[in-house]
Design a protein around this ligand. Sequence first.
Ligand SMILES: Nc1ncnc2c1ncn2[C@@H]1O[C@H](COP(=O)(O)OP(=O)(O)OP(=O)(O)O)[C@@H](O)[C@H]1O
Length: 594
Amino acid sequence: MGRAWRILRLWLGTAFRAAPLLMGVSCLLVAVQSVTSPMQTYGVKLLVDGLTGTVKTPITWGIGVIVLGFAVSFVSMVLADPLRDTAQERVARQVHADLLKVTAGIPGIMHHERADVSDRLELIRENSWRLGIGAEVLLYAVGSVANTATVLALLTSIHPVLLVLPILGAARIWSAYMSGRADQTAWEKTMHQERLTDRLAEIAKDPRNALELRVFGITRNLVARMIKLQDDRYRVLFRATRWGVLVDGGVRLGFGAAYIAAVIWVVWRARQGQASAGDVVLLLLIAPQIDQMTGGIAQNVYWVGEVVRSFARYEWLREYASEHAWAEVSSSAPVRLSSGIELRDVSFAYPGSDGSVLSDVNLTLPAGSTVALVGENGAGKTTLVKVLARLYDPSAGAVLVDGVDLRTMPAEEWRLRMSAGFQDFVKFEFTARETVAIGDLSRLSDEAALASALRRGDAESVVSRLPRGLDTQLGKRFSDGVELSGGQWQRLALARAFMRERPLLMLLDEPTAALDPEAEHALFEQFAASSRDAARSTGGVTVLVSHRFSTVRMADLIVVLDKGRVIEVGSHSELVAMGGHYAELFELQARAYR
Ligand SMILES: Nc1ncnc2c1ncn2[C@@H]1O[C@H](COP(=O)(O)OP(=O)(O)OP(=O)(O)O)[C@@H](O)[C@H]1O
């Protein structure tokens, strides 16, 4: 009950907050409009009774009600539509703005990684227009209630037994609701297939995948999988629709038969002198209105159901966002590091998976140091980097920045203090200038900053070969776009990482995997020297993930991870002297190069 009330409040609150006056006037107009037609029918009954003299009513009453009805419906017809459309537009705008705010407010990336959450988000996004039409549906509901009350009163005035008709009509409300629900359930049940088809289509049409898709000959297989997924989905949807049509049709037939019986009965009563001629006319004229009324209620129930379901999902999203909001912020991110970053008993499990990817990690990354993370595939290096970037909070333990829990700092502020270069960098298909300057957009036109970043990312040669230098459009999708090689894209991504001067945390997760070992080595030698300079002034820490030991050995501190645990920590010479896991891996790689 509490939840239903919250959903209703959210719906009404959203509509009336966006356009209070418009909504108020529209509600009134729609109510007046909805009673006009049954009231005019009543006017006709009065007129007939007056003319036939069966009941002593002045004819002028009948004419008065009919004319007043015309006047009211004319005025409200002119005003109601534009007012309703404007209110509707405002509410839709409000809903979209609210939705964006709530979604953008969910921190981290967990909601993209949990299939159940991401399915629901997709559903909310796809159906956001149903939230948007909330105002219109609300107005129709108001109209429907006013109309129903009037039609019921008129039927009672002929004979209370006739209330059976709308009761039978109510079965249509039930059938419409049930068929709507069946459709909705089928949609929700097949959402996963829809999402999967979309992803497969993305994979199939992405030109970057073209080579592998063709070499391995999996295009046909992808298409077959998509067709099968779609077939399965349509089968479920079709079954739901067929069920709805059968139920709805049966109920309509039943109602029609009852109505015919009612007309025959009232005519019989009139002949017995128990009803007036006006009553017969009233019942005949009101027939389409009962049909309209029940149809209207049925449609309303369907749409109210749709809107309520959409607002229920929206309410869930708001709750999810508030439950997963970052903890209360009580400190700000430092501008320099004095002691460094400490991971204290940090454990982490990905949402929806059981095993810990990081277990009891205790580690200090001293201010001003370059720390290399090494370990086999899947050891947890990237995960550790993501925890440091606060894409996730640890499941247990804490990350302390100069002794202050990272969770108490605003995430955006912390991210402004860092920079990053990744193996799976994004190929931003903008101009070369923008692709690099994204690292620090405030310096988009700062030629010196761009030149320095390009130099540090060893990307000067990439830009010098572009036909319009930094202003060249990148990406084949554009007619004047230039496509780059994997290594060239990577150098630009590295330059992007170097756009931020002196970050407190520089995360480099195999950012040079597309370069050859010599190029990587040269780049890091240069980078290590400049980052030591920077570290002296800000105490910034560089965390580097690499599988190449020629690069790793340059780090001040090397951390060896194995199955999410830190198994060795020390400098290159200390670890080699220790003769442990690192020494073994180093020896293996060195032998391969000899
Ligand atoms: N988004 C995710 N959801 C669930 N599990 C994940 C996710 N990302 C990684 N994992 C799992 O976490 C473990 C560690 O992955 P991680 O990417 O941190 O390893 P890594 O040491 O960086 O490996 P590599 O050297 O191959 O890059 C792996 O077992 C992986 O399957």
